[in-house]
Ligand binder design. Structure first.
Ligand code: PMP
Length: 378
């Protein structure tokens, strides 16, 4: 199997699995319990939390809440800020290219009556600071813009965006860093909040975190427990939190080396796509994450192409799971102002540190075989 869908999820690393196993088997107490086994589990939870915060060098300014993943973390922060600070203003700003766990959260808040602004991203795939500046007003309480786009790998200028936002002291800046953490360095300490997921950085599915300023008092989304500072009730999965902190520390340590490796794989794939200009067009902007590449098929159906690759043991993602009943297009490609055709036939390839140049060779071989055989012209 050649797995090139690591932005969807990735293979966990052994160190994370071992950490999970060790805590599950030997430190399985409930960290809220007031006895030895509880204190022991609580020690591991503290280790995990300290580990996460120090991986981002934000221990003195930020706190960390463990969640079931980035989706939950995004919902907790975005909804929490809107509800807690609605007396300060009701404008909330995000972009059309965000992950659904951000975008739909904003849409739900719009239904509640908030003044929600959804910015397009243009050909660079990310909101430019000047565009954000035009949308800001004194009633803006939250801006949420991702660091790295999960389809195209487009990079946001987080420093530039933050410079705009700091002129509005009532406004918080959140960034969904799910595709950035452990892959690129970001100005973590300058953000009011950021969110990420464990299963994209070599830890387990069902784990993630919200990191936010200590000074922010956030209401819970769910009720019924004082765990995680009262923000996220329910018995904490200490083993998962600990595994996440282990995977994160390793990913941060290996960031540069892994980035260079991914860039090699990506550039080989880019050369292949550029050598077939009648078949492919690249959607990812020139400056983007080395871990992601989005392109569209010009003559063939993306869903059929991706299915054909899958039959050959090559796994990539089609954002267009075309069915006869429902038209499905990439909202990210559309948000860049590209055509509906391009959005309907987009393919995403995403790399992890364990991928090799041989994986790309296998992809190219299978792709060429398929292009020859595919007769279903659009
Ligand atoms: N945000 C982004 C940018 C993502 O790529 C993903 C995963 N597809 C998520 C949020 C959701 O992460 P999780 O699966 O941990 O909820």
């Amino acid at each position: 199997m050649v797995y090139l869908d690591n932005a969807a999820t990735s293979r966990p690393r052994e160190e994370a699995i071992r950490a999970y196993e060790e805590v599950s088997l030997e430190h399985f107490g409930n960290p809220s319990s007031v006895h030895g086994a509880g204190y022991d589990a609580e020690r591991y939870l503290r280790k995990a939390r300290d580990g996460v915060l120090s991986s981002f060098a934000v221990s003195s300014t930020h706190k960390c809440v463990f969640t079931s993943g980035a989706s939950e973390a995004n919902n907790i922060f975005i909804t929490g800020i809107a509800h807690r600070f609605h007396n300060r203003g009701n404008r909330l700003i995000t972009s059309l290219a965000e992950h659904p766990s951000v975008l739909r959260c904003f849409l739900a808040l719009k239904e509640e009556g908030y003044d929600v602004v959804l910015l397009p991203v243009g050909e660079k795939g990310a909101v430019a600071p000047e565009e954000l500046a035009k949308a800001m007003n004194d009633k803006t309480i939250l801006v949420s813009l991702m660091g790295v786009n999960n389809e195209t790998g487009a990079l946001s200028d987080l420093m530039g965006l933050r410079d705009v936002i700091r002129r509005f002291p009532k406004c918080f800046f959140h960034s969904d860093l799910t595709q950035a953490v452990g892959k690129l360095d970001e100005p973590f300490a300058l953000l009011d909040a950021f969110t990420f997921s464990g299963h994209k950085i070599g830890s387990l599915k069902g784990s993630g975190a919200l990191v936010y300023r200590k000074t922010i008092d956030l209401p819970p989304l769910l009720h019924g427990g004082e765990q995680e500072g009262g923000v996220r009730p329910g018995t904490v999965d200490v083993a998962s939190a600990y595994a996440l902190s282990v995977a994160l520390a390793l990913a941060r340590k290996e960031e540069r080396e892994n980035g260079e490796k991914a860039a090699l794989l990506r550039s080989k794939l880019v050369s292949y796509l550029l050598s077939r200009p009648d078949e492919f067009v690249i959607n990812s902007p020139f400056e983007s994450s080395p871990f992601l590449l989005s392109f569209s098929l010009l003559k063939k159906k993306a869903a059929v192409y991706v299915e054909g690759l899958s039959e050959k043991g090559i796994y990539v993602s089609s954002v267009s799971a075309c069915s006869s009943k429902r038209e499905n297009v990439s909202s990210v490609v559309l948000a860049m102002g590209l055509s509906k055709e391009r959005a309907a036939h987009a393919v995403r390839v995403s790399f992890a540190p364990y991928n090799t140049l041989e994986d790309i060779d296998a992809f190219i071989k299978a792709s060429d075989e398929l292009l020859k055989g595919l007769i279903n012209q659009r």
